[in-house]
Write a protein that binds this ligand. Structure first.
Ligand SMILES: Cc1cc2nc3c(=O)[nH]c(=O)nc-3n(C[C@H](O)[C@H](O)[C@H](O)COP(=O)(O)OP(=O)(O)OC[C@H]3O[C@@H](n4cnc5c(N)ncnc54)[C@H](O)[C@@H]3O)c2cc1C
Length: 301
């Protein structure tokens, strides 16, 4: 039985692990990957101590720091949490159970899916959810970006310098990106903005070859080899649905100390209803949840 199990090795989870380990708690961490969303960031300019650092390099620094502490790493996705004897039982994707007195949920967010035919088939075969990671793979290609908010506009601008032609697809009547980004988008001759446009399917053989859309109700097929989905992020909170209180968007409701509605379960970072999703905020949340879990354990035993 561990003192604490931390779910997720993004900035929130890794900071929580360092704080727990420094408090001499026995810590196990279950995670799908190491780094989380920070891996997707091309360059970070707002994490104190680094005026500019690649997201993947910042993750390396975090991991290097984490490795100095006794944290039992399990590179597995957690699939359920149940009220166990004397604490909580976390089940991983292989069906193995892990027990602890407390759990810190730091599972962050994942890109929202389009939910159209072809998406499952061509994920990673032309469909991507991270322009920063994958734009360079589409040099001189024709591509589509789905989503006319800030992320979509930023993706379209990145791709405009790399790809031959970029379709920027927005479901509503106009782009919702900030004006400064929107103006830049319209300044690029190789970006075609399609508003009032719904994606209906993605097609190809081995790889993506086209995307089907409905422009103002009229069907159109765009020949593209890349589809960048930029329609927002969704909290990875399914694992605690029904166990702790979630808000309307599925974020875990926490108090100022990182407590959820269930004693012994804490949460930190982007998966929570804390406003402003940033690396430094997630890291701070992780530290606070760890200290709150430590206090909870002091009174438990
Ligand atoms: C493209 C992009 C660029 C960004 N640029 C910046 C920037 O420049 N500056 C900035 O401050 N912020 C930036 N952000 C935001 C920042 O990355 C996030 O706010 C931050 O990473 C949140 O950290 P987190 O630890 O809460 O979650 P995440 O980083 O999402 O990490 C969650 C972790 O949980 C793991 N996980 C998920 N589900 C499970 C499960 N069931 N079981 C086990 N593990 C699980 C994941 O594998 C991951 O390791 C950017 C975000 C994006 C998408």
């Amino acid at each position: 039985m561990n003192d604490v199990i931390i779910l997720g090795a993004g900035p929130a989870g890794m900071t929580a692990a360092v704080y727990c380990a420094r408090k001499q708690l026995s810590v196990k961490m279950l995670t799908t990957d190491v780094g989380g969303q920070t891996l997707w960031s091309g360059g970070v300019e707002n994490y104190l101590g680094f005026d500019y650092i690649k997201g993947s390099d910042l993750v390396d620094k975090f991991e290097e720091h984490l490795k100095k502490f006794a944290v039992d790493m399990v590179y597995k996705t957690a699939v359920s949490i149940a009220d166990g004897q004397d604490g909580w039982a976390v089940e991983d994707v292989d069906g193995r159970k892990h027990q602890a007195h407390t759990v810190i949920i730091a599972t962050g967010k994942s890109p929202r899916q389009l939910g159209v035919t072809g998406e499952d088939t061509f994920r990673g075969r032309g469909i991507t959810y991270c322009a920063t990671c994958d734009a360079p793979l589409f040099a001189a290609a024709d591509v589509a970006v789905v989503g006319g908010g800030n992320s979509g506009a930023e993706a379209a601008l990145q791709l405009a310098d790399i790809a031959a032609k970029v379709y920027l697809i927005e479901a509503g009547p106009e782009l919702t990106a900030d004006e400064i980004l929107e103006n830049k988008v319209y300044d690029h001759k190789n970006v075609e903005v399609l508003t009032d446009t719904a994606v209906t399917g993605i097609d190809g053989t081995e790889l993506v070859e086209s995307i089907d859309v409905n422009v103002n109700g009229r069907p159109r097929r765009l020949a593209v080899t890349g589809v960048f989905v930029e329609i927002g992020l969704t909290p990875n909170s399914d694992i605690v649905k029904g166990l702790v209180k979630l808000n309307a968007t599925g974020e875990i409701v926490v108090d100022r100390s990182g407590r959820t509605s269930r004693p012994g379960i804490f949460a930190a970072g982007d998966v929570t209803d804390e406003p402003d999703k940033q690396i430094i905020i997630a890291a701070g949340d992780g530290a606070r949840a760890a200290l709150t879990a430590y206090d909870y354990l002091l009174y438990l035993v």
